[in-house]
Design a protein around this ligand. Structure first.
Ligand code: ZN
Length: 199
């Protein structure tokens, strides 16, 4: 905790002054252009890897960057997605998976999660991705699952009414990324096309 308090002091002293004008502007303006959905993993820092300034990314982070498909009832992830798309009007949504994802590793390697029942339940949202990578050899399965999982979450995103409306209007673009922790690179996945509304 001491490190965090030191960090806050260093931010206030060394970083804030150079961006004081930006923060004054942001005090009354919240117009991010991108909804960034990433993993809660501490090694994947959206603002760092995209070199974004405060105010530019609306961020949702969940274990395994999972986005449950739309369902009725209160849901914090759904509320954040709807707010970003329908209220803030973001033009891009990124779902970002990453190398060595603990959630995807636990699934691919069938870890015993009986001591973490909430995690086990949450990871059920990756069941379809897991099924689609069943044929992969073990050493490659985590990588394959990370990619398949990003594609599956993009498809889940499109089931949210706010996203479906924005896709139909052509006002939002969905992107799938995989961030490589040791290399620092981002791979953009292709192969995801949301269902065309009228064609
Ligand atoms: Zn992860």
């Amino acid at each position: 905790m001491h490190d965090l308090i030191e960090g806050v002091a260093r931010f206030r002293r060394d970083v804030y002054p150079a961006k004081a004008e930006l923060f004054a502007h942001l005090a009354t303006t919240h117009r991010p252009r991108t909804l960034f959905i990433g993993c809660s993993d501490a090694r994947v820092v959206p603002e760092l890897i995209t070199q974004s300034e405060p105010g530019e990314l609306f961020v949702v982070r969940t274990a395994g960057n999972l986005v449950p498909a739309h369902s009725p009832g209160p849901d914090g992830v759904a509320a954040s997605i709807e707010y970003a798309v329908a209220v803030l009007g973001v033009s891009d949504i990124v779902v970002c998976g990453h190398s060595a994802c603990g959630a995807m590793t636990a699934l691919a390697e069938r870890h015993d999660l009986s001591d973490a029942p909430a995690v086990a339940g949450w990871l059920r949202h990756a069941d379809a991705s897991l099924a689609r990578t069943a044929g992969e050899e073990d050493p490659r399965r985590v990588d394959a699952l990370v990619r398949e999982n990003v594609r599956a979450q993009l498809a889940n995103l499109a089931t949210h009414p706010s996203v479906a409306r924005a896709l139909a209007a052509g006002s939002v673009t969905l992107r799938g990324w995989v961030y490589d922790i040791p290399g620092g690179g981002v791979e953009e996945l292709d192969g995801f096309r949301p269902a065309s509304p009228a064609a």
